[in-house]
Design a protein around this ligand. Structure first.
Ligand code: GTP
Length: 361
């Protein structure tokens, strides 16, 4: 999962290492004024970096000459056996990283937010020449990714536990992205945590939709509430809620017909479901592999019938990771689950920290 992106992030680390190591090898000649001898590391180590830097004639001369604080800082740092990461060292690696993120289908605003965060974390960072630049870069990358990926995160299990029962969850999204399969996986997920569920087929639009979801319901031993094709989806899900109330069922899982966000009739139908059923959670389902299209659709579905979070399916087939990285930042709603295969157990809670560990670690 997301292997292509992982490789690209790894290249950023080596890019910065190369760029700063060539600076370190070049030493401060180009930066240090004539006559300023670099202090050997052993001597410099005896002094604190502040004291050593302030006492260095090069430093005073430079300040007096009105040279840039960057040059001054670099000369100081060299005198104390340290290297400062400067914006110019990062320029090429950051540009390469931006290209890599865009190639991985990360939304442009999100890529920029990541870059800004890395720049502000790394520029001016002082590292010992002995320490690994890779570690600094890794930390900056980790912080930046976590910041965008974690937007809006909440604990799904806690939300279900705390909600008054029955909890109604409605699944929305375009055709064929894996909504029905995700509902079946969710029924299994909930069962493993001790919750009963009933499936309600709000996809009254597509021929064969009842049969498809019935197969899942039977395989999982769950009750299915369905109406004839052409019926009112809001009424089916409402019936599901009534069934759950009457039978002490914990969760109603409501399917909806796949629809294009451009179809205003069908989007109006979603608004009606929202009004009539007032679901506790509306989850937008899309394919991780759809990249920026998934991000754009999440935004549009959120506008029509506010979503509480997203499920990205087919993450097992996605090497890019663009949608997983971008959806939360763009919509303000978290990715809550990843679909990782066709089996009922292939639904993983989306955990930003472990995803970032996996991408950067
Ligand atoms: N590899 C993989 N395949 C998946 C995943 N989730 C769903 N699928 C497959 O995607 C296909 C479409 O899934 P459905 O659940 O029928 O999609 P849908 O969104 O309900 O489709 P419509 O009812 O037409 O809107 C099926 O073949 C699923 O097995 C996943 O996480 N990984």
């Amino acid at each position: 999962m997301f292997d292509g992106l992982k490789e690209k992030l790894d290249s950023f680390r080596s890019d910065v290492e190369e760029s700063t190591e060539s600076e370190a090898e070049a030493g401060p000649e180009s930066e240090t004024p004539e006559g300023a001898e670099p202090v050997p590391e052993s001597e410099a180590a005896a002094e604190s970096s502040e004291t050593a830097a302030d006492d260095t004639p090069a430093a005073t001369d430079e300040a007096a000459d009105g040279d840039s604080p960057g040059r001054l800082q670099r000369a100081k740092a060299f005198a104390t056996g340290k290297v400062v990461l400067e914006e110019e060292d990062l320029e090429d690696p950051l540009w390469n990283l931006e290209m890599a993120l865009l190639e991985s289908d990360v939304e442009m605003g999100v890529a920029e937010a990541i870059l800004d965060q890395i720049r502000s974390n790394l520029v001016g960072e002082t590292k010992s020449q002995m320490a690994s630049t890779g570690d600094l870069v890794e930390d900056a990358l980790r912080d930046a990714l976590l910041e965008v990926i974690s937007v809006g995160q909440f604990d799904f299990d806690e939300r279900i536990a705390a909600a008054e029962k029955p909890v109604t969850i409605v699944f929305t999204g375009v055709n064929g992205v894996g909504k029905t399969t995700t509902i079946a996986k969710m029924a299994r997920y909930l069962e493993e945590r001790g919750y009963s569920s009933v499936l309600a087929n709000g996809d009254t639009y597509r021929a064969g939709a009842n049969e498809q979801i019935r197969e899942h319901a039977e395989a999982l031993g769950k009750r299915l509430i369905a109406h004839e094709q052409g019926g009112d989806p809001a009424a089916v899900i409402y019936d599901g809620v009534e069934y759950a109330e009457a039978n002490d069922v914990d969760v109603v899982l409501g399917d909806t017909a796949g629809r294009l966000h451009t179809s205003s009739d069908l989007m109006a139908q979603l608004e009606k479901i929202d009004r009539v059923v007032a679901p506790d959670l509306t989850l937008f389902v899309d394919e991780a592999v759809a990249g920026q299209d998934a991000v754009e659709r999440a935004q549009q579905f959120d506008d029509a019938a506010e979503i509480d979070g997203a499920v990205l399916t087919k993450a097992d087939a996605d090497s890019q990771g663009g949608a997983a990285i971008s959806v939360a930042y763009v919509t303000g709603k978290p990715v809550l689950f990843l679909g990782t295969g066709q089996g009922y157990d292939d639904l993983d809670r989306f955990d930003p920290e472990s995803l970032v560990d996996d991408l950067v670690g």
